[in-house]
Ligand binder design. Structure first.
Ligand code: ZN
Length: 383
């Protein structure tokens, strides 16, 4: 058992609450949150606030070795089937790939992430490569694999948490039937797919299937969430909302490729949960603070109205709901993954709002305590 005492953002609404003691049991689960004075193992100063650990809801962590190789290229040229990424992946050796994965895991943890979702390429071989590295690091990796010529969907889902489908072009009618069966047999298998990332993708979908890709996905009840939806229209969002399909947006990566900023306000107003991810490490580092600030500034630049608190929820609470895991909240029964942020650091001193301070001004150096499943990863002694 480990206990932490301080101010905290509690529950699904990230409610600011003074002087609570959070207790995490030996299994890494939050078992008590109380307001009375209690002895604790870690005391935080009154300038700190405890928040849930960050969740990176979408990434491809294996392409870190291609950082800056694709700057200035289009999406297709960089990460399309015949683009730079996949041609380099074919020729790179397992050690280079593992080194790339380790670099990404180090970055994730250093920046305050306690969970991430990887759309894993290269079938079971790719899944095992990540698993071998992941076991050495204090972070929860949710692995969504991909079918290959060697590995069927059935084989892939047995060795990971679900499927991260490339796009609608990667599926035929028979595949939809297979996925539907898999999902019916085991609803806990997570299923996600990239949609409407670029206009080219939508045009290709219309010419091949006579329908926009997001409309095809919304007709299927198999998907838990879609990734991107940069070019989605309100009628499509209404369809997704009816099917309880949520959305993970990756605004930094999309703008790196010169694509449109996602319609976050419309997504929010249509009662769809949105999470945030950093996508390919080749396009941007997995840094939750940059991601939050960039997203907020971009909503302003795109005449959208989203509050700083909603942005903070997107990388904590919402992501937990989207992934159907007990993560992303300081709540009894949830994983003991948390951060304490010092609001009196030079970055945030004088700010009048905790949510705006964390989303727009904080950086990894302001993390004074980091815990994963109740284990201390970082602790800057307050005394
Ligand atoms: Zn992606």
């Amino acid at each position: 058992m480990v206990s932490i005492r301080g101010n905290a953002l509690l529950g699904s609404n990230l409610t600011f609450t003074e002087n609570v003691t959070i207790e995490v049991d030996d299994e890494g689960i939050i078992v008590d949150i109380s307001k009375g004075k209690k002895e604790a193992d870690y005391y935080l100063s009154s300038s700190c606030v405890i928040i849930p650990g960050f969740i990176n809801a979408h990434m491809h962590l294996g392409d870190a070795f291609l950082k800056d190789h694709t700057y200035g290229l289009s999406l297709e040229e960089a990460v399309g089937p015949d683009g730079v990424k996949h041609s380099k992946m074919k020729t790179s050796n397992p050690e280079e790939k593992s080194e790339s994965i380790r670099n990404s895991l180090e970055l994730l943890i250093q920046n305050g992430y306690t969970s991430f979702v990887d759309f894993r390429e290269e079938g079971i071989k790719g899944i095992n490569l990540l698993r071998n590295e992941l076991k050495k690091y204090p972070i929860c990796g949710i692995i969504l694999g991909r079918q290959t010529e060697e590995n069927t969907f059935e084989e892939v889902v047995k060795s990971c948490d679900g499927l991260g489908i490339r796009d609608v072009f990667a599926l035929n009618q028979e595949d939809y039937t297979t996925l539907s069966k898999l999902k019916t047999n085991d609803p806990s298998i997570l299923m996600g797919i990239h949609v409407s990332e670029s206009e080219e993708v939508i045009n290709e979908s219309v010419s091949k299937f006579d329908k926009r890709d997001i409309a095809i996905v919304a007709e299927n009840t198999i998907f838990d969430f879609v990734v991107h939806a940069n070019y989605s229209e309100e009628k499509e969002l209404k369809l997704l909302s009816q099917q309880n399909i949520n959305i993970v947006c990756c605004p930094v990566s999309s703008l790196y490729f010169g694509l449109k900023f996602p319609p976050l306000e419309l997504i929010y107003r249509n009662n769809i949960l949105f999470g945030l991810g950093t996508d390919n490490v080749l396009s941007c580092n997995p840094d939750p603070f940059r991601l939050m600030a960039f997203t907020l500034y971009s909503t302003r630049a795109n005449d959208q109205d989203i509050s700083p608190k909603e942005i903070l929820k997107a990388i904590t609470v919402n992501a937990g709901f989207i992934l159907k895991r007990k993560i992303g909240q300081l709540e009894i029964g949830f994983s003991g993954d948390l951060l304490a942020i010092d609001l009196e650091s030079f970055n945030m001193k004088f700010s009048r709002d905790v949510y705006t301070a964390i989303t727009l001004r904080a950086d990894p150096s302001d993390i004074c305590l980091q815990m994963y499943k109740g284990k201390v990863i970082k602790w800057k002694d307050q005394k």
